[in-house]
Design a protein around this ligand. Structure first.
Ligand code: DSN
Length: 384
């Protein structure tokens, strides 16, 4: 047997046995895995349905059209959708390229305050090509909408970006739209983390408000690893050419098949129940930490994640992440607002409930896990 399958078996065991609390991870279904592992990986299909650069595309054309229609149903939208981005980062670059020129100004949330690497970090291509400026969060950790407006008036960005990797509260897309209109900017939402909540109707939708919406399909959407871009119909051509030939070559039709199965699953009534449980479990676990005397950024959560602020505990996020790994609890270190430690150390950890809710964890089990993490932190403090 190939060594690869031995490694996969070990990873399969790790995923089965560990308590998985990384807020951006989930467990996709066997059907999604079957589609992604199918013969579609053999097929080249540069271009779009009906306009390919290769023969033999009749079935992948049908697949890609079906995938697009199914995602439009998930988000109850008539926006154009491009299902080819290989990842969330690729989707973001496609969206930027569709409406921006190098050097244009973009206003986004700072990475340290919950933003994402591709939202203009200086170490990422986004921050090298475009002139990113940032809005922040207030002293409690909520998006500072006054700061957003002030920065928009000051910098006159071509694009305003909403969306985050570590933000535990509802995002007010209407406020973003108003500010974008005031300064004549495009409005883009990266909904990767909360896409499942939007699909299930437990977070307000950006459809109808944003010009461009990007997402991954593997976080709360619980599907294959990949990206999508939605846009208003008038931007369809620009978005499509920004993905192919702008930033990608041949699409991954096996992944597009996985995305289509993901969309079918998100349309099932059980999916809405699943997402409601993700949010309920997240609040239960977060409240338990607060009862135990922990500081939580913004004092709580409205979605699938929360951020423990360990500043007053004398331990770093890295130490907690590593000590949790040793007891089979997987989470990640994360910066907190006004971070004083480096991103490799951090003063916080991010905790999410999407993956373990898929495994059937109840609120009581999440509360029990909060106590296990508390024990880990107390042991670290005892050894200081
Ligand atoms: N790196 C992902 C996360 O963990 O949130 C986002 O791309």
């Amino acid at each position: 047997m190939s060594k690869v399958f031995e490694i996969i078996a070990k990873e399969e065991k790790r995923q089965r046995e560990n308590i998985e609390l990384i807020a951006s991870e989930n467990f996709c279904s066997e059907n999604v895995q079957k589609a992604v592992g199918s013969c579609l990986t053999n097929k080249y299909s540069e271009g779009y349905p009906g306009k390919r650069y290769y023969g033999g595309c009749v079935h992948v054309d049908e697949l890609e059209d079906y995938c697009k229609e199914t995602w439009q149903k998930v988000f109850k939208t008539d926006y154009h959708v491009n299902v080819q981005p290989h990842s969330g980062s690729g989707a973001n670059f496609g969206a930027y390229l569709a409406v921006l020129k190098p050097g244009d100004t973009v206003l986004s949330l700072e990475l340290n305050n919950g933003g994402h690497l591709t939202h203009g970090s200086p170490v990422n291509l986004s921050g090298k090509i475009f002139n990113f400026v940032f809005y922040g969060v207030d002293e409690k950790g909520y998006i500072d909408y006054n700061d957003l407006r002030e920065k928009a008036l000051k910098y006159k960005p071509q694009l305003i970006l909403a969306g985050a990797s570590a933000y535990p509260r509802i995002i007010d897309f209407k406020k973003f739209r108003e500010v974008a209109d005031e300064v004549g900017a495009y409005f883009m939402v990266d909904m990767a983390h909360i896409a499942g909540l939007i699909a299930a109707g437990v977070h307000p939708s950006p459809f109808g408000l944003a010009d461009l919406i990007t997402t991954t399909t593997h976080k709360t959407l619980r599907g294959t690893r990949g990206g999508l871009i939605f846009c208003k119909q008038e931007l369809a051509k620009k978005v499509d050419s920004a993905i192919f030939p702008g930033t990608q070559g041949g699409p991954l039709q096996h992944v597009i098949a996985g995305k289509a199965v993901t969309a079918e699953e998100a349309l099932q009534p059980e999916y809405k129940t699943y997402i409601e449980n993700v949010v309920k479990n997240c609040k239960a676990m977060c409240d338990e930490f607060i009862k135990m005397g922990y500081r939580v950024v913004t004092g709580g959560t409205d979605n699938h994640l929360f951020l423990l602020d360990l500043t007053d505990k004398g331990v770093s996020g890295k130490q907690v992440q590593e000590a949790c790994d040793e007891v089979g609890i997987t989470l990640n270190k994360n910066c907190v607002p006004n971070e004083t430690r480096s991103p490799m150390q951090t003063s916080g950890v991010r905790i999410g409930t999407a993956a373990m809710t898929t495994k059937g964890f109840t609120a009581a089990q999440f509360i029990d896990t909060a106590h296990k993490i508390d024990e880990v932190i107390k042991k670290l403090q005892a050894n200081l």
